[in-house]
Write a protein that binds this ligand. Structure first.
Ligand SMILES: [Zn+2]
Length: 376
C-alpha cells in the first residue's frame, strides 16, 4: 500500500516538475521574443530617423533632385529680374543695351535653330570658351528637336522667341498672325525649359528695321506696338557675321565681316545663325570669340543688361526709333546692321520662306578689308 502511495507521490512530483520546466521554457521563449521585438523596433526607429534627416538635407540642397535630374535641377531658380524699363515703356532691347552702362559687353546670338547638325557644334564651342549666348529659336523646330533645345537651356544659354514658323508670308499678314506665332513659340519655350515665365524676348524673322525695301516693314512696326502691350521685348542686332548676307562665305570671310560690322562699338549684339546650312558659322565661331576676347569684350546673355537710367536719356535712344521702341538697332553705327536688316535668316532650315528672303532687305554693309586673321 505504502509502495502504491509512494509511486503516486513520485508520479505527481514528476508531473509538477515537468509543468514547471515547461513553464520556464515558455517564459524564456517569451522573454527572447520580447527582446528581439524591442531590438527590431529600435533598429526600425533609428532607420526612420536617418531617412527623415536625409530627406530634409536633400530638400535643403536641391529642391527637386528626385526624379529627372537632367531636367528639373536646371530650372535655374527664379528667372532673374531684369532692371530695365518695362516693355510697355520701351520694348526695343537694342535701345536699352546701347544706353546701358555696361562696357564692352558682347552678346552672341544665334537664330533659326535648334538644329541637329549645327546647334551642337555651336554649343561645343561655346562650352569650350565658357561663353553664354542667346538662341532665338523657332517654335516648330523646338517641337521637332526638343532635346537639342533642352541642351541649349541646360548649358546655360538663353532661349528667346523667333516666331513659330519663320514664314514671312504667313507671319506678317497682320499683328494677329504675328502675335499668334509669338505666343505659340513662347509656349514651346515654356515647355522645354520648364520655366513658368521665360524672358519675353522676340527677334523678328528678317529683323524689324524700318526699310522701304521691306514690304513687311509697315506690319512689323504695328507688331512692335502689339508686342509691347503683351510685355514682349524685341531685339535686332548691331553687328553680324554675314552668314545670311549675299554670297556664301567661308569661316575666314565670316570672321572678317563680323570684325568690320562690330568695329568701334561698345556693346555689340552679334547676329549669327545655327540653321542647318550654316556650317561655316560653326567653323568661324571660335575665331570670332577669340577676336572679341582679344578686344576686351566679355560675353553675356541678352537678359544680362547693366542698365543705368541716368545714362539713358530719351534723346539718346536710337536715332530712328519712334513710338513703341520701334527704333532700329542702328543707332550707334548705322552701318552695321541696320542697314541690313534682315537677313533672310536661315530660311532653309525653318520654312519655305523663299519669298520672304526675296523680299527681305538686303545687307548693304560692305565689309572693309582687314588684316590677315588666322583661324584656328
Ligand atoms: Zn531667322
Amino acid at each position: 500500500m505504502a509502495t502504491q502511495t509512494d509511486f503516486e507521490h513520485r508520479r505527481r512530483e514528476r508531473r509538477r516538475r515537468e509543468r514547471l520546466r515547461k513553464k520556464r521554457i515558455r517564459a524564456a521563449i517569451i522573454l527572447i521574443v520580447f527582446i528581439f521585438v524591442v531590438i527590431f523596433a529600435l533598429i526600425f526607429i533609428t532607420k526612420c530617423n536617418n531617412k527623415n534627416n536625409n530627406t530634409e538635407n536633400t530638400a535643403n540642397e536641391a529642391v527637386t533632385l528626385t526624379t529627372e535630374p537632367s531636367i528639373v535641377p536646371t530650372v535655374t531658380a527664379e528667372p532673374k529680374k531684369l532692371d530695365i524699363p518695362a516693355a510697355t515703356e520701351e520694348n526695343n532691347l537694342m535701345n536699352i543695351i546701347e544706353n546701358s552702362s555696361a562696357k564692352k559687353y558682347c552678346y552672341l546670338t544665334f537664330d533659326d535653330g535648334p538644329t541637329e547638325n549645327i546647334t551642337p557644334q555651336i554649343l561645343d564651342t561655346l562650352r569650350r570658351y565658357n561663353v553664354k549666348a542667346t538662341f532665338f529659336e523657332i517654335g516648330s523646330l523646338i517641337k521637332t528637336n526638343p532635346d537639342m533645345a533642352r541642351r541649349v537651356y541646360d548649358e546655360g544659354h538663353l532661349i528667346a522667341n523667333h516666331s513659330d514658323g519663320h514664314n514671312y508670308a504667313k507671319l506678317y499678314v497682320s499683328t494677329d498672325t504675328f502675335m499668334n506665332e509669338v505666343n505659340s513659340c513662347y509656349e514651346q519655350i515654356k515647355e522645354v525649359t520648364g520655366e513658368a515665365e521665360p524672358f519675353k524676348l522676340v527677334r523678328f524673322p528678317g529683323g524689324s528695321f524700318k526699310s522701304s525695301a521691306d514690304s513687311y516693314s509697315p506690319v512689323k512696326q504695328e507688331c512692335k506696338k502689339a508686342m509691347a502691350e503683351y510685355g514682349f521685348y524685341q531685339c535686332d542686332w548691331n553687328a553680324l557675321n554675314g552668314d545670311a548676307e549675299g554670297k556664301t562665305k567661308n569661316a575666314q570671310e565670316l570672321l572678317e565681316y563680323c570684325i568690320n560690322s562690330a568695329e568701334g562699338q561698345n556693346n555689340v549684339v552679334v547676329l549669327m545663325h545655327d540653321a542647318a546650312a550654316k556650317q561655316a558659322t560653326a567653323d568661324a565661331l571660335a575665331s570670332i570669340i577669340e577676336y572679341f576676347m582679344s578686344e576686351g569684350y566679355t560675353f553675356h546673355r541678352l537678359d544680362d543688361i547693366v542698365y543705368s537710367p541716368a545714362a539713358a536719356s530719351p534723346s539718346a535712344t536710337s536715332s530712328s526709333s519712334t513710338g513703341s521702341g520701334s527704333g532700329s538697332a542702328t543707332s550707334s553705327k548705322s552701318t552695321a546692321s541696320p542697314s541690313s536688316s534682315a537677313s533672310p535668316s536661315g530660311s532653309p532650315s525653318s520654312s519655305p520662306s523663299a519669298s520672304a528672303s526675296a523680299t527681305a532687305p538686303t545687307q548693304t554693309t560692305a565689309p572693309k578689308s582687314t588684316g590677315p586673321i588666322i583661324i584656328n
